[in-house]
Design a protein around this ligand. Structure first.
Ligand SMILES: [Zn+2]
Length: 441
């Protein structure tokens, strides 16, 4: 017993010492917005020669970040951006102003997604920094955000007035800083740009609560104690970009274009937008945090989210979505077949291809859903399969195809299960015939 105590004492000491070292080298980030100016201020506990960034997709900071003090410069050196003093001397504080417009960064989320009210989403991952240089294991940073009285901050599933503090990590999150009142419900917070054309704004405002409630009723409550955040922002400016994505507990889409009204003439554009939100909302309620670790198993959660989006739209908007779902399904099947002619679905991730997991995955989950409904005469659906899968995951502490297939056992015939497994693992002589056969089983 004594030895154990001694060991845990030593361990405690090690952690304490390490924490002290980390704190000493930490770069604190202070973000503020005064009038229309965005400031970021970095402070360090000891002097540093440079401040480096964790994420360096290109040299955009050298053009968009300006020091408030002439003695500093932002430089690009060996594919990394740094802040340093022009005279090379060490420092412990530097303040910069940021350009809060939308810009495309290679393979990264945009640093700003502006809203029409003058507010914006800012990506905190863009701000994470280190003293001198960032090691491979550099992760996040301590953030403090301050705004004026008439402005609020939305982050971490909360609405903050005046100021907020937290430790960011991994890819960070989008933080809304602005004046638009959010839609706040028990299950989520959403900010849909007030200046979006009515044709898209009304469906979004109406459908987001419905989609979230629909999934909660079928899959149970969202498990994280951070409320999901949904953001839709719009810049009516020259450009044709639409950027959407997800970060933990949030989904966002930004339209950076001056022809949105033109695009909205196509009814499918609206349905496709609702589909995107429904897909991401489905991920919230799939509630399997370890899914996605093994990319080759992405057909499980991505295919499921695609099919759940179809089910949600069919339920909530039958009059607009039926033909759209049919079109999506045909497209998914055709593209899936094309891929399976060249390589196995299981190998797509190794080739850097992820689209097949959505498309073949949607076919797989739609077939499971159909067979489940048939066999149970409508009593069970894909939602029941997924709930069972979630429960086995929790007990087993991991998620993978083995557990998923085990969860389907009581819902679908074994020949369907075998056929679906072959669709993932085998090189098929005729993928098209194989899928047709599975549908007909
Ligand atoms: Zn997804």
């Amino acid at each position: 017993m004594k030895a154990v105590h001694y060991l845990s004492f030593l361990l405690g000491l090690c952690i304490l010492v390490q924490a002290k070292v980390l704190a000493k080298e930490e770069v604190n980030i202070h973000l503020s917005k005064k009038a229309d100016t965005w400031y970021v201020t970095y402070t360090t506990n000891t002097l540093t020669d440079r401040i480096a960034f964790i994420s360096n997709p290109d040299d955009a900071r050298t053009k968009r970040w300006k020091s408030t003090n002439d003695e500093f410069e932002v430089v690009y050196d060996n594919k990394q951006e740094f802040i340093q003093k022009k005279d090379g001397k060490a420092f412990s504080r530097v303040q910069l102003t940021l350009t809060p417009t939308y810009t495309h960064l290679p393979k990264s989320y945009a640093p700003f997604a502006p809203y029409s009210d003058g507010g914006a989403l800012i990506h905190t991952g863009r701000l994470f920094a280190c003293m001198n240089r960032c090691d491979e294991d550099a992760n996040g940073g301590q953030l403090q955000v301050e705004v004026e009285d008439n402005t609020h901050i939305i982050a971490n599933g909360k609405i903050y007035q005046q100021s907020a503090n937290w430790k960011g990590y991994d890819d960070g999150q989008y933080v809304y800083i602005g004046r638009q009142s959010p839609i706040e419900e028990d299950t989520f917070i959403a900010v849909v740009d007030a200046n979006l054309p009515e044709k898209i704004k009304i469906p979004l405002n109406q459908s987001l609560p419905k989609i979230m409630a629909f999934f909660e009723s079928h899959l149970g409550k969202y498990s994280s104690n951070v409320k999901p955040m949904l953001f839709a922002s719009y810049s009516n400016t020259s450009g044709q970009d639409i950027q959407g994505g997800v970060l933990p507990n949030q989904v966002f889409i930004h339209w950076n274009m001056n022809n949105l009204n033109e695009r909205l003439k196509d009814e499918d554009f609206i349905t496709a937008t609702l589909w995107t939100f429904a897909h991401e909302a489905a991920h919230f309620y799939q509630n399997s945090p370890l899914l996605g670790k093994d990319k080759s198993e992405s057909w499980i959660h991505e295919g499921n989210a695609e099919w759940l989006a179809a089910i949600a739209l069919r339920e909530l908007y039958p009059e607009i979505s039926e033909s759209f779902i049919a079109k999506k399904w045909d497209e998914a099947k055709a593209n899936c077949i094309d891929v399976l002619i060249s390589y196995r679905l299981a190998d797509a991730a190794d080739k850097g291809k992820y689209r097949p997991y959505y498309q073949c995955g949607m076919i797989i989950h739609s077939i499971i859903d159909k067979k489940t409904r048939e066999l149970s005469q409508g009593k069970y659906t894909i939602f029941d399969v997924w709930k069972d899968f979630k429960n086995t995951n929790r007990k087993a502490g991991k998620n993978n195809a083995e557990y998923f297939w085990a969860a389907t056992d009581k819902y679908i015939p074994s020949d369907v299960k075998q056929g679906l497994k072959q669709l993932i693992k085998d090189r098929l002589a005729s993928p098209s015939r194989h899928i047709d056969h599975l549908e007909a089983l």
